[in-house]
Design a protein around this ligand. Sequence first.
Ligand SMILES: O=C(CO)[C@H](O)[C@H](O)COP(=O)(O)O
Length: 235
Amino acid sequence: MSRAKLDSIRAAGPAILPSLLQCDFGDLRTEIEKLTVAGTRVLHLDVMDGHFVPNLTYGMPIVEGLRRHTDMPLDVHLMISDPIAYAQPMVDAGADLLTFHVEAVDDCVEVAGKIRDMGVGVGVAINPDTDFAKLDCCLDSVDMVLVMSVNAGFGGQQFNPVALDRLRSLKERKPDLLLEIDGGIKAETIGDARAAGCDLFVVGSAIFGQHDYETAINELTQAMHGSPPATGDQS
Ligand SMILES: O=C(CO)[C@H](O)[C@H](O)COP(=O)(O)O
């Protein structure tokens, strides 16, 4: 299942991934239905432990519940201090792609190898203030790099353009690596991220802050391909 889903993500080209951080957790089934109708192909799940980041979200029961309601690939962003402790339970719950933070581990090659051995795709994430060179040793061990354009932890933060230089550098050095960006992605920023080589765009506020998800995703898709936003109000 899971590595095949990774291949399908890669083959389908650039995608907008709604981030399940600011959705209506009281009606998740409806949220997933609305996102599916709006053309979502991959879901991004924000797992936070209240320790690695000062925010607490959800764990395996939500991943497992979502898995029962959708065949979409589940891209799980582990903002947690001990990713290996929860990696296998997340895979068992239905995750297809697991991303850990380079700041959270001592040996990212070892962690990436262990996750890959679980049969899923593996990504490594880096916060804007972290030394970019920290990624160097593990670029051959991962399927994806998640370049954070805000500090992990909360939605609705301002886009940090350091992410664009990082995307360009990664694209040049490792053209086959999947590149994902997360934080402050909206109509005004998504085009630059695409031009910098990004494949996967995690979006929270610019979808869940809007009444109509389909319109929001269509506008983001147009902006990703270089068309100016229709209304200018995506904030
Ligand atoms: O991982 C995250 C924060 O750590 C979220 O995915 C991110 O906040 C998306 O929200 P927004 O688009 O509002 O910035």
